[in-house]
Design a protein around this ligand. Structure first.
Ligand code: ADP
Ligand code: MG
Length: 332
């Protein structure tokens, strides 16, 4: 087991609105090992992005807050840092690769200027050397004619190119943790594969840790060392990738896995989809959050929320595996 780079403990993040307070992330705990990738997977609206925004302390203060929990990184609890301190971490130690690559780049500044700014902010280097380094970085992430590209503005590049530039930026600041939130969702499959390959290299050659958020189990299978399956703000299943794919225990995980399109599948065959949708935060079902959609739910599941149980070498939040035998006794 390699050492943990970051440990998130019982994180609770809430938003307040017209209808009172809602809890988007509800007591989630996980860690990311040095040089490894944690895949966080779940349907849209399950709290994946809120989890990553919490780590970076980017939850908009007027509507939301980290209500409790700890985020331990480099001997510090990120939830307790001042704005100035967290800004330093954000720029230097934790880098973000956004889904929409325009978000992370300044539209009115050339790619070169942005890269050089990042490089000189993080390395003792004059402008001229920084330009050379910027060109080298673009080459490293597979951008053709890098010298030319440096003179261009973000809108002149394709989405895939911009995504590479963001990875180059993140590399330039020497971050040890990369947070990638649906980094390839907007890209076509070929470019998607190239970006994933680049991220894999980051991990393997540069020993970076990656928190990879996706709704795509196929991407998780390819990229992750560890997996956390999130549903309606909670971790439903958590463990190493082999054990989760070989022996998925939670009915939700099983449903997600059945939704992966397979090459050997007849295209006329209908893709399995979990029926229903993620519950609204203000109308969370009593009992297990997944009970309204679970093909196996019993009476107990509708009444009481299961805890995280240890089964088959990983963790799962389902009465079926509860050590107290909730399924057998009260489950019916
Ligand atoms: N700024 C916000 N204000 C209020 N609610 C929010 C805000 N951001 C996210 N949420 C709520 O938090 C829940 C989880 O959202 P999110 O983390 O974006 O889901 P995911 O990334 O898994 O698709 C959603 O129900 C969403 O409505
Ligand atoms: Mg999201």
């Amino acid at each position: 087991m390699s050492e943990n780079l970051i440990e998130v403990k019982k994180l609770v993040t809430q938003f307040s609105g017209k209808n009172g307070t809602v809890t988007a992330v509800d007591g989630v705990s996980f860690s990311i090992r040095k040089g490894k990738t944690l895949g966080i997977v779940g349907e849209s609206g399950c709290g994946k992005s809120v989890t990553s925004m919490s780590i970076l302390r980017l939850i908009p203060a007027h509507s939301g807050k980290i209500a409790s929990g700890e985020i331990l990184f480099g001997g510090k609890d990120l939830t307790k840092l001042s704005e100035k301190e967290i800004r330093h971490i954000r720029g230097n130690e934790i880098a973000m690769i956004f889904q929409d690559s325009m978000t992370g780049l300044n539209p009115v500044m050339t790619i070169g200027k942005q890269l050089v700014e990042t490089i000189t902010a993080h390395n003792k280097m004059d402008k001229k050397d920084a330009w050379a380094r910027a060109e080298e970085m673009l080459k490293k992430v597979g951008i053709p004619s890098p010298a030319q590209r440096l003179k261009e503005y973000p809108h002149q590049l394709s989405g895939g190119m911009r995504q590479r530039v963001m990875i180059a930026m993140a590399l330039s600041c020497n971050a040890s943790l990369f947070i990638a939130d649906e980094p390839t969702t907007a890209l076509d499959v070929t470019i998607q594969a190239q970006i994933l390959e680049l991220m894999r290299e980051l991990k393997e050659k540069e020993n970076k840790s990656i928190m990879l958020i996706t709704h795509d189990m196929g991407v998780v299978a390819e990229m992750a060392d560890d997996v956390m399956v999130m549903y309606a703000g909670k971790e439903m299943e958590y463990g190493d990738v082999r054990s989760i794919f070989k022996n998925p225990l939670h009915p939700y995980t099983q449903g997600l896995l059945k939704s992966i399109p397979r090459l050997d599948q007849d295209s006329s065959e209908k893709l399995f989809n979990i029926k229903g949708s993620v519950p609204d935060l203000s109308e969370m079902p009593k009992g297990c959050r997944f009970c309204t959609r679970c093909p196996e739910a019993k009476e107990l599941c509708h009444k009481q929320e299961p805890g995280l149980a240890e089964a088959d070498g990983h963790k799962v939040r389902c009465w079926k595996y509860d050590a107290k035998g909730g399924w057998e006794d009260g489950g019916r």
